[in-house]
Design a protein around this ligand. Structure first.
Ligand code: HEM
Length: 207
């Protein structure tokens, strides 16, 4: 099996992946929330903003970590165009996941509402500018579509490595615990040879 990612990189990958999936669903869902009772919509918008800012911080931390801990090389067997496509899509994902929280934060700063980070009110430096807010909302929407497409491609490519190529690339990013559990279930599935029956000793006929 090829070299694995380090433990922190694996943890960050799955935490960010889970948060991004929640964030995209929450983003679409919260738009349909009614404005009354007061506070319901604003509350969920603030949850969305808090998770979004957390994703931005985690991605920046992941990039800083990556400088000192480069990812393991891709297998030699992988065609060059696929390796290039993988690098380009990863770069785009990182760029979009940094730009999206920034644009979201910027757009929210051009409204009169304060931004709360899990309840903590962040300093308000913006001003009420509906046109700038509209512009940021349009970019935020475009980036949300781009991230959704990139995530779908990312998952499809990972599954291809796991099910078609079987080159161990998928497993490099799996936590050890899941690998061990997978092995356990696989062993449970494989049919075990049935024990051969010993011939019964001749019993005396029962009375
Ligand atoms: C990776 C991080 C983020 C993702 C994936 C994300 C995703 C989304 C999605 C899918 C929507 C619904 C579609 C749309 O109208 O744009 C949305 C809406 C929204 N997001 Fe985010 N978002 C992120 C970060 C943020 C941050 C950090 C803020 C603010 C601090 C924010 C503020 C908003 C607001 C206010 C809306 C409602 C529509 C609008 O006014 O633009 N988002 N987001």
């Amino acid at each position: 099996m090829p070299e694995r990612y380090d433990r922190l990189a694996i943890t960050l990958h799955w935490v960010v992946a889970a948060l991004v999936l929640c964030q995209i669903s929450l983003g679409w869902w919260m738009l349909d929330l009614p404005k009354s009772p007061p506070g319901l919509r604003a509350g969920w918008f603030n949850v969305h903003k808090s998770i979004g800012l957390t994703i931005g911080l985690l991605v920046l931390f992941r990039l800083a970590w990556r400088i000192g801990h480069p990812p393991p090389p891709l297998p030699e067997s992988m065609p060059r165009w696929q390796a290039r496509a993988a690098r380009a899509s990863h770069f785009l994902l990182y760029a979009a996941l940094i730009a999206q929280p920034l644009v979201g934060y910027l757009g929210s700063s051009f409204t009169p509402y304060p931004i709360k980070y899990f309840g903590l009110v962040l300093p308000y430096w913006g001003w009420d500018a509906p046109a700038l807010k509209e512009l940021c909302s349009a970019v935020h929407f475009g980036l949300a579509c781009l991230i959704s497409v990139l995530v779908a491609i990312h998952i499809a490519a990972a599954l291809k490595h796991l099910l078609v190529n079987r080159d161990g690339v998928f497993q490099r990013m799996l936590p050890h615990l899941i690998l061990v559990m997978g092995l356990f279930f696989w062993l449970q599935r494989t049919p075990r040879p049935r024990p051969t029956r010993r011939p019964r000793p001749n019993c005396p006929p029962s009375r």
